[in-house]
Design a protein around this ligand. Structure first.
Ligand code: NCD
Length: 302
């Protein structure tokens, strides 16, 4: 079966390092000209998004185009999915048009893995349910490594709705492969105890101050209301207990960086002062999203 990219869990360090090194060469700062390349000329990728997306979908499209490929994006709400077509039939229909890869986001954990077994075409996972979001973890690692020599020994606090976050899971897999110390933090209802065992080097706490103390990196997560079937906490209190504010940053390392995969909700996960502060690298993450997805597309279909 052709190799796509389904998750970070199944990648080894060397594969991750190769993608991150290649992504660095695609960064605008390295490549002033930002010329359109022709590495993937004549290739076609289809972006199939069954869930909302701004950053991920756009950056896959821009990445494909910068490499000279053609990209078509389909949102499930405007497709035959809304007419009752099954996932396999939709994918087989798209596969019959012979794209070189399908980038997909789906609300069901494991959907791209299931399809990868049935389609003779590389599938790139752009987020499956609460499971993985591999390109997000790769662009997060690229963003950290632009500011730190290595991931080893870094203290990374991941704070918020851990239970529903594919971003958290992919980051835990990646960071733990490189020897980072990871603290997962959130309200008890959003912090499943079993996550302490998904990878080495993971600790859990319900106390945001404890999570932030001496952190090199603080990753904030959105509360995924769309995945919560009942209220997991009183929403008015969330910011009070788990919202990141300027006063918290004093507990962390002086050069701490603040990350968020977006979309951010100001005044819910973090204050505007933090989001717009010198410590925030949220827009650098977005910028690295294009470079990392170029590296991934090149690896998968180049
Ligand atoms: C994340 C996602 O979709 O998992 N967004 C993204 O891709 N940047 C996080 C989120 O939606 O909160």
């Amino acid at each position: 079966m052709p190799a796509g990219l389904l998750g970070i869990e199944e990648l080894d360090r060397a594969e991750i390092e190769a993608i991150l090194a290649r992504a660095k060469q695609f960064q605008p700062v390295q490549d002033q000209s930002q010329k359109k390349l022709d590495t993937l000329r004549g290739k076609m990728i289809v972006n199939l998004f069954f869930e909302a997306s701004t950053r991920t979908r756009t950056s896959f499209e821009i990445a494909a185009k910068r490499l000279g490929a053609d990209a078509v994006s389909i949102a499930a709400s405007g497709s035959s999915v809304s007419k009752g077509e099954s996932l396999v039939d939709t994918l087989n229909t798209l596969a019959a048009m012979r794209p070189n890869a399908i980038v997909m986001r789906h609300a069901a954990s494991g959907a791209p893995h299931f399809l990868a077994r049935h389609l003779a075409m590389p599938i790139i996972n752009a987020g499956d349910g609460t499971h993985e979001h591999p390109t997000q973890a790769l662009l997060d690692a690229r963003t950290i490594l632009d500011r730190r020599p290595s991931l080893e020994g870094l203290r990374v606090a991941i704070i918020g709705d851990i239970a529903h976050s594919r971003v958290a899971r992919s980051n835990v897999y990646l960071l733990s492969k490189f020897g980072a110390e990871i603290v997962l933090c959130g309200p008890a209802s959003l912090l499943p105890r079993e996550l302490a065992h998904i990878a080495p080097g993971v600790a859990l706490t319900n106390d945001i101050r404890e999570a932030i103390r001496d952190a090199d990196v603080i990753m904030m997560l959105r509360v995924q209301l769309e995945r919560q079937h009942e209220a997991a906490f009183p929403s008015g209190e969330y910011f009070q207990f788990y919202g990141l504010r300027l006063e918290h940053l004093a507990l962390a390392k002086p050069d701490v960086i603040v990350m968020h995969p977006g979309p951010i909700n100001r005044g819910r996960e973090l204050s505007s002062e933090v989001a717009d502060s010198q410590r925030s690298v949220i827009l650098n993450q977005v910028e690295n999203g294009v470079a990392v997805r170029m590296a991934v597309l090149e690896r998968v279909i180049g």
